[in-house]
Design a protein around this ligand. Structure first.
Ligand code: HSE
Length: 433
């Protein structure tokens, strides 16, 4: 053996504890295979007193992140505090000193990826982040290595476990959104602030990272079209079931002649599609490579053990690379910022599910159909659900053929302005996959 690499951890929460546990349990075994010693030297967290069920020497713990960042013996820093600051400052500080960094911080990478990869390249270090997308699924490694030589044509991901859990329980057990969200929080999948999950922002941050690695594109979550699952109700779930669809929160990216599509929103997908069978808090990515064709990756996207495995696998890889020498490979991850052409959401073309609450009177459907036709939207099917129950109004569901988002938005605005339409019309995009 002889060769040794020291690592330092900043952030001793659930994932940090998992990393320490995995290192204690298994590092001897994998180091035997790799032929070098990998040691977790110091752990920094504001709270070092909370019991974590681990037997660690007291001097290993510190409340001062600088004690990890400034320790010359620590060559790899693991950042697990999350959020933008002070995480960004810590990561930059580590990189500027020539250290390598492992992080699970999707928000940081989605926002400041180029700055961080540039710093890594400049100072000869590496920045690894497998845990930031889909927790335990090694999707970034797949894109960087196995599919490096291919060109990804399209990617559909269920990248958020919390929303997938909510939608699954609503469909299978008939729960209401708020009840099921509470269950997800109790089960520990939802972020401290579940709005990140529910609003689609968490999935958008992950999609930004996938776009960088899989499409060489630099797209911030703010530049994408992002819609959450807040407005998905029981009626939508029941209609989807009846029409042969499942509703999933999808993160979608496609290469088109006009540029790259990058969007996150709930979508109806055929019940027979592979992604429709992804239940509970699981994640999945279905992609099409120009050469490899379709591939699907499935697994746990969150939680202590899957995420810790992703962090430690990065750690082993970076330690190995440092021992081998050679320059930083972070330059490969620099995307051509400013050169990515995003297709505006208004130009995206899809079929739609449209549900209105309309008066049950002669001519009402005719008025709605007229407005759709004026926007060039063709109707595929219409279902009127029962007879007037709510103050003379009934739910009317229209499935359309492909239409532009812009045309659909204009049509809905006009439909909602009709005196015979009550309540706000619900629109869900359909992805036939
Ligand atoms: N809150 C995330 C999810 C897990 O529900 O998928 C961490 O990325």
């Amino acid at each position: 053996m002889g060769k040794e690499i020291n690592a330092g951890l900043i952030g001793f929460g659930t994932i940090g504890r998992g990393v320490a546990r995995l290192m204690l349990e298994r590092s001897g075994e994998f180091m035997q295979k790799k032929g070098f010693a990998l040691k977790l030297k110091r752990i920094a967290d504001l709270d070092v007193a909370a019991p974590r069920g681990l037997d660690l020497p007291k001097e290993m713990l510190t409340t001062d992140a600088q004690a990890v960042l400034n320790d010359p013996e620590i060559e790899v820093v693991i950042e697990l505090i999350g959020g933008l600051e002070p995480a960004r400052t810590f990561v930059l500080r580590a990189l500027e000193q020539g250290k390598s960094v492992v992080t699970a911080n999707k928000a940081l990478l989605a926002q400041f990826g180029d700055e961080l990869f540039r710093a890594a390249r400049e100072h000869g270090g590496e920045l690894a982040f497998e845990a930031s997308v889909c927790g335990g699924i090694p999707i970034l490694r797949v894109l960087r290595q196995g599919l490096f030589t291919d060109r990804i044509v399209s990617l559909y991901g269920i990248l958020n476990g919390t929303t997938n859990y909510i939608l699954t329980k609503m469909a299978e057990e008939g729960g209401r959104f708020e009840e099921v969200l509470r269950q997800a929080q109790d089960a520990g999948f939802a972020e401290a602030d579940p709005t990140m999950d529910v609003s689609g922002k968490d999935a958008a941050q992950k999609l930004a990272i996938l776009l960088r690695i899989g499409f060489g594109a630099s797209v911030t979550p703010e530049a994408m079209f992002v819609e959450g699952i807040e407005r998905i109700g029981r009626q939508d779930i029941e209609d989807a079931e009846e029409l042969g669809y499942a509703i999933k929160l999808l993160a979608i990216s496609k290469r088109t002649e006009r540029g790259i599509e990058a969007r996150v929103h709930p979508a109806m997908i055929p019940k027979g599609a592979l992604l429709a069978s992804i239940r509970d808090e699981f994640n999945a990515v279905e992609l099409v490579g120009d050469w490899v064709g379709p591939q699907v990756f499935y697994g746990r996207g969150a939680g202590e053990r899957p995420t810790a495995n992703a962090v430690v696998s990065d750690l082993v890889e970076l330690a190995e690379r440092r021992l081998e020498g050679g320059g930083s490979r972070a330059g490969e991850l620099l995307s051509e910022a400013g050169k990515t052409t995003l297709v505006p959401m208004e130009e995206v073309v899809l079929p739609y599910y449209v549900r209105m609450l309309a008066l049950d009177q002669p001519g009402v459907l005719g008025q709605i159909a007229e407005l759709l036709s004026e926007e060039g939207i063709s109707i595929a099917s219409v279902i009127q659900k029962g007879r007037a129950q709510f103050q003379g109004a009934v739910p009317v569901v229209i499935m359309t053929h492909e239409a532009t988002e812009a045309g659909m938005r204009r049509a809905i605005q006009r439909i909602d302005a009709l005196s015979v339409v009550r309540d706000r019309t619900q629109v869900i995009r359909v992805e036939e996959l």
